[in-house]
Design a protein around this ligand. Structure first.
Ligand code: ADP
Length: 399
């Protein structure tokens, strides 16, 4: 069975085509600048040359049509016909309180996702456009949706409620939802399998450190608390997002510099984090290069980023009254041995001891980077959100 996984953004669309017989990726790619005259389709078919095509792609339906054309292209394609695609799985950022599992797309499901536009104005409308684009291009193909928030629906009220008037929760559903759930779910599960233990027997802190950054306390296989909140802005310092700050800062800034709500949102989401403190980059590789070259702003950005991560890890160990496993994942977590070392070398209170040599070794595999004396197992587990979406879609379609 071949399943197409789609992650539709407002002006971009990423895709991966899976052969579920062996869970291999047959092709992947992305469409960028949807809605502009010179949109770009970059296509990577397995075992063939990567191709890039520039054309006018004004909407998501055209984007999906272009992707399908590429998948069945004589030279660059890997399918003989569109009929080979038996199902499509979509990533959906916000499932609110309505979805604690992946589901097959129906009219009701679409209506629920639309009701959540308010909570995820940048993401959910784009996901609906992606779903509708598939409907019009492949009307008979079943679709499933996999939510970033679903894994965190197990959090107790003491984790998900904010200490503000309860009416705001009752009326507007203002609460912590958490994100990157597909990733936290996958890596915590893989961590247990790697250690040959059951998830129910473990207290795991998972750190997803990419452009977006979040930590989750995974207690006995379920999300118990997580750092992102009602939106993916709360919690840790990120590439361009501020993470936690005193909420009083927002009205104060708006009064001082006469900013509109959209401008404050943009400042906190797009012009803060590593970018704001280093003054020049949101990319951890460049921050580390700057730090090595003696750039004091890059060093401060790194120090703040690392310190906040370490505080969250400590607080989640306290929240679960223990930590058996610490997992690093995503672009920075999987690749930055410097960040992992700085964090672990200052968590000795928990009995963490890193094996420096293994930590430094570059690998794409799941691995243990703690020493045999360490009281906490420290693992690097590469995340694979697309595979989870493909698997969930496969399961739903076959039931
Ligand atoms: P996204 O959240 O967009 O999915 P990724 O998980 O791909 O992001 O992570 C992207 C980030 O990973 C980049 O911003 C970059 O800073 C970081 N990264 C990638 N490779 C390395 C590396 N070798 N060392 C440090 N950071 C890296």
């Amino acid at each position: 069975m071949k399943i197409l996984v789609i992650n539709a953004g407002s002006s971009s669309l990423k895709y991966q085509l899976y052969n579920m017989e062996n869970e291999s990726v047959l092709a992947k790619g992305r469409v960028e600048r949807i809605g502009f005259e010179s949109s770009i389709l970059a296509h990577e078919p397995e075992g063939k040359e990567e191709v890039t095509e520039v054309s006018e792609i004004l909407d998501h339906t055209t984007a999906i049509k272009k992707v399908v054309q590429m998948l069945i292209h004589k030279e660059h394609g890997i399918l003989s016909s569109i009929d080979e695609i038996e199902a499509v799985g979509h990533r959906v950022v916000h499932g609110g309180e309505s979805f604690s599992n992946s589901v097959i797309v129906t009219e009701e499901v679409k209506q629920e996702i639309k009701k959540l536009f308010d909570l995820a104005p940048l993401h959910n409308p784009a996901h609906i456009m992606g779903i509708q684009a598939v409907e019009s291009t492949m009307p008979d193909v079943p679709q499933a949706v996999v939510f970033d928030t679903a894994f965190h629906q197990t959090m107790p009220a003491s984790s998900y409620l904010y200490a503000i008037p309860k009416a705001l929760y009752n009326k507007y559903k203002i609460r912590r939802y958490g994100f990157h759930g597909t990733s936290h779910d996958y890596v915590s599960d893989r961590a247990a399998a790697f250690l040959d233990k059951k998830p129910e027997d473990l207290k795991i802190v998972t750190c997803h450190i990419g452009n977006g950054v979040s930590c989750t306390a995974v207690k006995h296989g379920e999300s118990f608390d997580t750092s992102m909140g009602m939106t993916p802005l709360e919690g840790l310092m990120m590439g361009t997002r501020s993470g936690d700050l005193d909420p009083a800062v927002v009205p104060y800034i708006m009064g001082k510099v006469d900013l509109r709500i959209s401008e404050v949102n943009s400042m906190l989401n797009k012009h803060s984090g590593l970018m704001a403190i280093s003054g020049d980059s949101s990319d951890m590789r460049e921050i580390e290069e700057g730090m090595d070259a003696g750039d004091t702003n890059a060093k401060l950005a790194f120090d703040m980023y690392e310190y906040r991560l370490r505080k969250y890890i400590g607080s989640y160990a306290a929240a679960m009254d223990g930590m058996d496993v610490l997992v690093f994942t995503a672009g920075v977590g999987e690749n930055s041995s410097t960040l992992r070392k700085r964090i672990c070398d200052q968590l000795t209170f928990f009995g963490i001891e890193l094996d420096d040599k293994i930590n430094e070794t570059r690998s794409k595999n799941e691995r243990r980077i703690s020493s045999s004396n360490s009281k906490v197992e420290v693992l690097v587990i590469p995340t694979n959100e697309e595979l989870v979406i493909a698997r969930d879609t496969y399961k739903l379609i076959n039931n």
